[in-house]
Structures are given as C-alpha cells and as structure tokens.
Design a protein around this ligand. Sequence first.
Ligand code: C2E
Ligand code: CA
Ligand code: CA
Ligand code: CA
Length: 278
Amino acid sequence: AAKRRHGGVTGYDASLDEGAASRLTLQSELRHGIERGELVVFYQPKVDVATRMPCGAEALVRWQHPTRGLLAPDAFIPLAEETGLIDLVTAEVLDQALAQIARWAELDHELPVSVNIPARSLSDDGFPATVAAALERHRVRPELLTLEITESAVIADMMRAGEVLGELREQGVNISIDDFGTGYSSIAHLRDMPPHELKIDRSFVMKMCENSRDETIVRAVVDLARNLRLRVVAEGVETESALRALDELGCHEAQGYHISRPLPAADLTAWLAGAGSG
Ligand code: C2E
Ligand code: CA
Ligand code: CA
Ligand code: CA
C-alpha cells in the first residue's frame, strides 16, 4: 500500500482499508498487537494562552507495528471503532496515561492529561467503574484526568449517556467535548449534559488568521464557552499569530504544532523542564 506522511508517523492509504481481507488481517493484528503491548502513547502539551505555561497534555495513541512502523491513529482507530476493539484501545491508553501522570507527579510535574473517549463508551454503564478502578490502581486524583468525548456517531441512548457522564463527573473526572462544532456534537448537549470544557476543532483554528469566517466561528465558540463558564481549548495552533488572536479572543488553552508536536513521554518530560525554566 502507498504510504503517506501524517504528523510524523506513517499512515495508510484509504485503498488499504477497502479490501475486506486486509481489514480482517489488520483487525486480528491489532488484537494481538494490543496484547503484545504495541500501542504507544504520545503526549502533546497544552499551554495557558495568557501565560504560555504548560497546563496539560493530550494522550494520543500510536501503534508500533512490527513491520509497518509507527502507525497514526487514523490508520486503525476507525477500524477499532467498527469492530469493538476500541474498548481495549481505550483501556490500554487510559492505563498508560494514568501511569504517566503518576510518574510526572513523582518528578513534581503535576500535569493533567486528557484521554480520547469515543461517545459510544457512554452507552456502557460499566465505564465509570472502569475509570474509577484505573484511577485507584495508579493512585491518581480524578481532577488530573480529562475525558475528551468525540461524537463520531450519534449517541443512541441519551438517557444512559447522561447517567454515565453524571457518574464520571461525580467521581471528579473532567469532561471535555472534543472537535466541538463538527460531527454529531450538539449544542443541546451543553444544556442537558454540561461538560467542563469545549475543545474547538482544529479545522476552525488552523486558518483563523487568514479566513474571517473561521475566526468568527472560533470567536463564537470561545464566547459561548465563557458565557457558560466552561474552559475552552483551541487545537491546531500552528502559528504565533493564531496564538495571539486566541489570547485576544479570551481562549483559555492552546495546543498545536506551534507549541509542540505530540512527543514520547520522555521527550515531553524534557520539554516540560525547558518550558518551566525558560
Ligand atoms: P484529535 O483528538 O482531534 O487529536 C488532535 C489531532 O491533531 C492529533 O492527531 C494531533 O497530532 C493533531 N494536531 C495537533 N496539533 C496540530 C496542529 O497544529 N496542526 C495539525 N494539522 N494537526 C495537529 P493524531 O495524533 O494523528 O490523532 C488523530 C485522531 O485520532 C485524534 O484526533 C483522535 O480523534 C484519534 N485518537 C488519537 N488517540 C486516540 C485514542 O487513544 N483513542 C481514541 N478513541 N481516539 C484517538
Ligand atoms: Ca482529542
Ligand atoms: Ca480534536
Ligand atoms: Ca479530530
């Protein structure tokens, strides 16, 4: 299959995904890969827009495939979502991220970490217990964990999703709506299942300084979040001018290549040491 570059890792062409046979191969490879510990978590830092100090990191999974190299999530997360393997992926990323939060705490870096959760996990009423057990196993305070909910499919059972979110909130875990303004994410959810944070999709942020419509949308989401007393995070911050514009709009946090690419944990530890002293 033809390879393309994707955020520093190797992705695969859609042509690979089309063959049923290769999808089946990928599926069983992924199952075994998870068991063999081939999933690796990278961390992309976020900064406080006003002070530019690090204020958190997002856990982003990669697959260290034995023959194909480091695979980007786009090459296997959609398949994992279709086949139900996503629950294994979520559990593995959650476990690694919490272990890392605990390690950073030992180094006196109290760094909150965000983990990506597909909305379908909210229809699993065992999910809050899974999260609680993982927090306990690693002795991490729930306030240091944010769950970024992505609505790549419509939430089938709203009542149950509301209950699951309510339980997670009660535990003290933070809830973020990822890719706000795209997919199935709905403004009604802000009323019925209020999160702690909105994350503005990178498609609106990347060109906000060139495209006035994008800037207007970013401004509207920042205002909406602030008026609802929610934290607001912009992802896809690729330039200094975007970071300055976000500061003027009152956006709380920023994440993007201009600040740092996603890094292996050890590299982020070094980056944090540099960011703190300089
Ligand atoms: P996302 O949650 O929206 O994550 C942000 C993506 O934007 C990441 O891509 C990140 O590398 C990329 N990014 C960050 N800054 C910039 C920038 O300045 N410019 C541009 N162009 N891109 C930037 P990545 O790591 O390839 O992840 C892609 C998607 O895969 C994520 O989008 C998320 O939906 C999914 N994903 C990643 N890790 C996990 C996971 O552990 N579980 C689940 N369920 N999904 C995951
Ligand atoms: Ca995310
Ligand atoms: Ca996002
Ligand atoms: Ca996304």
